[in-house]
Design a protein around this ligand. Structure first.
Ligand SMILES: *Cc1c(COP(=O)(O)O)cnc(C)c1O
Length: 401
């Protein structure tokens, strides 16, 4: 393996984001391949026993076992770290593996977590169901309300955990306020940046300590693989996350890492176009449906904050019709947009969250996080927005809207 300019931080750090997304982290084998090689190997052979021993002592830089290191995976990690403006990154087998590792690697019995009420269903499950079994207490709050963060702090509060924008209510969290508050109290902030990606929002620039991703969504961007990532300081990644990850094994396959590497090359283009399409579709729906939660529209309560924190509004938003029956009628009348709970895809996809992504969350928790019975979430893809609007128009009419 040869270092290329893609692995020299003194050079890659000065590259602009579009260049980093295409080239950062690239290593080349002796073949000089232009597209990154996929190293589908679980182990590595050593020239002699002394080299093996030196590698395990950490004195020889080579790799030992793919749960610990893999060249294709390392390329992806280097690229995401640079795109995030972070010192280091590690990738995992899914977004939930990333969230679980980012939180559990630093939490112990007796610790307290403050988390956003509005969150991906499984992120709520971690805080509400898993952590209490291990003596980790959680408080969930309305994360858009700065005062609630302050009021929830206890002497044993260790972590703040939130998404912005949040899935699927599209709440926006004031990252500068919340991260500053956390820092003053010695609390670590973990931001789930799946909806924005580093192409639209870099939480570390707003003071976040740890950024976690479902790379399944916009980073892959074409609905092919599950993947996750966690970025942060070298100290956090090496001292907290790595021991947890290497010994519990939520590793990303080299093939899936390669797919995400290819996805990142077009991330900036896709999210820019998908954000434009999403805004056009959102404007069409604004006024036509009883309620719309779209950070790109002036009707969103935190529209100004969204504009400050994000370079564009992203591909995803939610809206509300009267009730579940009307939501189902609308979904069933779609002819182009698919009924699917995935997001971030280049295809437009719509789902009814209360009966799918948030089905496993209790009815009371759904109510308090604002996932109402008439809510639908739409991921706007790369299709021509006029075709999407025509499809929505006929489906709305069919549903009586
Ligand atoms: C999808 C999603 C996750 C979980 O990611 P997976 O890759 O499905 O495990 C976590 N957080 C948010 C905000 C998501 O949208």
């Amino acid at each position: 393996m040869k270092r290329t300019t893609g692995t020299d931080r003194s050079i890659t750090r000065t590259w602009r984001p579009a260049t980093q997304a295409v080239r950062a982290g690239t290593w080349r084998s002796e073949q000089g391949e232009t597209s990154e090689a996929i190293f589908m190997t679980s182990g590595y052979a050593y020239d002699d026993a002394e080299t093996a021993a030196a590698r395990f002592r950490g004195e020889d830089p080579g790799m030992t076992y793919s749960r610990l290191q893999n060249p294709t995976v390392a390329m992806l990690e280097e690229r995401i770290a640079l795109m995030d403006g972070a010192e280091a990154c590690r990738v995992q087998s899914s977004g939930m593996a990333a969230m679980t590792a980012a939180l559990l690697c630093q939490l112990s019995q007796g610790d307290h977590v403050v988390a956003a009420k509005a969150a991906f269903g499984s992120c709520r499950w971690l805080v509400d169901q898993l952590f209490p079994r291990f003596g980790i207490e959680g408080t969930t709050i309305d994360a858009w309300d700065n005062a609630q963060w302050e009021a929830a702090i206890r002497p044993n509060t260790k972590v703040f955990f939130f998404e912005t924008p949040a899935n699927p209510t599209m709440d926006i969290v004031d990252m500068k306020f919340v991260c500053d508050l956390a820092r003053r109290h010695g609390i670590v902030t973990v931001v789930d940046n799946a909806f924005a990606t580093p192409a639209l929002q870099r939480p570390i620039e707003w003071g976040a300590d740890v950024v976690a991703y479902s790379a399944t969504k916009l980073m892959d961007g074409q609905g092919r693989v599950l993947a996750g990532a966690v970025s942060g300081s070298a100290e956090f990644i090496n001292d907290k996350l790595l021991p947890f990850q290497r010994n519990t094994g939520p590793n990303l396959s080299p093939f899936n890492a390669w797919v995400v590497l290819k996805g990142l090359e077009t991330l900036g283009l896709r999210v820019k176009r998908q954000s434009e399409n999403s805004l056009l579709v959102g404007k069409f729906l604004d006024g036509r449906v009883p309620r719309i939660n779209h950070p790109g529209l002036a009707s969103h309560p935190q529209h100004n904050l969204a504009v400050q924190q994000m370079d564009a509004c992203g591909s995803i938003f939610s809206f509300e019709v009267e009730d579940r029956a009307q939501a189902f009628a609308l979904l069933n009348a779609l002819s182009l947009i698919d009924i699917s709970n995935n997001i971030g895809d280049s295809r437009s996809l719509m789902c009814h969250n209360a009966s799918t992504t948030h089905y496993s969350v209790s009815a009371e928790a759904r109510e308090e996080m604002g996932v109402r019975e008439g809510m639908l979430r739409l991921n706007v893809g790369l299709e021509d927005p006029r075709d999407l609007i025509e499809d929505l128009d006929q489906a709305l009419k069919a549903a009586g809207l």
